[in-house]
Ligand binder design. Structure first.
Ligand code: AMP
Length: 398
């Protein structure tokens, strides 16, 4: 981080949108742990940190009487956990703007932390309201954005607030720096050969990404339900597989563009099919372009997995977004597992691998392979948009 924090009050946008159980205990503190290095650096340098975050969607989940469920969505639930982790004084302001927040921010001493109440208690947050952002900005001397996961939203605390700090008084946090650095590493001057693996449910969700990958990939591997829309584009029959008939043309165009760009597109030669979308379905392997009626492709087949694995293991840069099949059901998880292991193997041999943007992260953690790839992005939708080449408002504002 380029700012020297000594005696500065740093207003830090973190992503503390953590899951809580029915008694408001944190069930997964990954997001908090990931923000700690940035907070610690600020405190260690002799600054103080004013933390702001959203949690859940309080305005969309109002109580029956139409009021905000403050008890459920308050960030106060996180205070004791933060104290334990940071081993310092953590104050709490039960409003993210206004008198209390202002007073507590003013009284904050170097080495101390102030956690502000859920920014989404105000509709102004999601609207990106300027006056509200200005009130938030007034609390700190400098602004640090460490919430990559919300960088694709032009909300008050993620984007608009940055307009009230000049470039010497705002910077990315360590987590955000790392996400941007890794995404740039795979997109700008990556070591070749570059293989992009794209899976998941829908062509419509991933077509922008696929087209983008044509700019720098040598190989594009396609799996998941998406593959069956591609099979239709190649005049195959796919039985009851999940397809998007209206995306067949987009799939055809993509294949044409890939050919023109000299990018190799790998589609699954065979598929593990089920007679219904269920964990206890009858299972049979068919060629992916000859799936009979009454059967649906739910995973890439063993032959496809082998071909994909070979290409992956020969790659020097790998980006992976989306599972190869319905990995949540054991009968249809083998393709995703094989690909995950191949990515891990390539990484051991020196490739740079990044997994990110949605469900593939869940697949990699479910398979306990997160430590065997170079980088797992926690950015979700934000990473997807960044890889698609979109300018994220939260980054632009910095
Ligand atoms: P996405 O969020 O687009 O990455 O999609 C992930 C979801 O796609 C997962 O929940 C998978 O179960 C689902 N999926 C993957 N392959 C298939 C398939 N062949 N048929 C139906 N759903 C699939």
């Amino acid at each position: 981080m380029k700012i020297k924090f000594k005696n500065k009050k740093a207003l830090v946008r973190v992503d503390f949108n953590v899951p809580l159980d029915a008694s408001y205990k944190i069930t997964d503190d990954t997001r908090i742990r990931e923000a700690l290095p940035t907070i610690r650096q600020i405190l260690d340098e002799g600054g103080s940190a004013i933390l702001m975050s959203h949690m859940g969607r309080p305005l969309q989940k109002l109580k029956e009487d139409g009021t905000i469920n403050r008890e459920k969505f308050t960030l106060k639930h996180l205070v004791s956990h933060l104290r334990r982790k940071l081993k310092t004084r953590v104050h709490f302001a039960d409003d993210c703007v206004g008198k209390t927040a202002t007073k507590k921010a003013a009284a904050l001493k170097p080495g101390e932390v102030l956690l502000l109440e859920n920014t989404r208690f105000y509709p102004e947050e999601e609207k990106g309201d300027a006056a509200f952002a200005q009130k938030l900005a007034a609390l700190g001397d400098v602004y640090v954005n460490d919430a990559f996961g919300t960088a694709h939203r032009a909300h008050a605390s993620t984007t608009i607030v940055a307009n009230y700090f000049d470039s010497a008084h705002k910077c990315f946090g360590l987590l955000m720096e790392r996400e941007i650095e890794n995404a740039n590493r795979v997109m700008k001057n990556p070591e070749k050969p570059v293989t992009c693996i794209v899976g998941g449910a829908k062509v419509s969700d991933k077509i922008v990404l696929l087209e983008r990958f044509l700019h720098f990939a040598d190989n594009i591997i396609i799996g998941g339900a998406m593959a069956y829309t591609f099979m239709l584009a190649k005049k195959g029959t796919v039985g009851n597989s999940l397809v998007e008939a209206e995306k067949v043309k987009a799939a055809k165009d993509f294949l044409k563009n890939a050919k023109a760009a000299g990018v190799k597109v790998l589609l699954p030669r065979d598929s593990v099919c089920g007679d219904k979308f269920a964990a206890d379905a009858a299972v049979q392997v068919f060629p992916s372009n000859q799936i009979p009626d009454g059967w649906m492709g739910l995973d890439i087949g063993p032959s496809a997995a082998k071909t994909y694995g070979r290409t992956i293991r020969q790659s020097k840069t790998i980006i992976w977004n989306g599972p190869m099949g319905v990995f949540e059901m054991p009968a249809f998880a083998e393709g995703t597992k094989y690909v995950a292991r191949s990515v891990a193997r390539a990484t051991t041999k020196g490739a740079f691998s990044m997994v990110g943007g949605g469900d593939s992260v869940a697949a990699v953690s479910q398979l306990k392979l997160a430590k065997k790839v170079s980088f797992v992005s926690t950015g979700g939708g934000a990473m997807l948009e960044y890889l698609e080449g979109k300018e994220l408002p939260g980054i632009k504002a910095m």
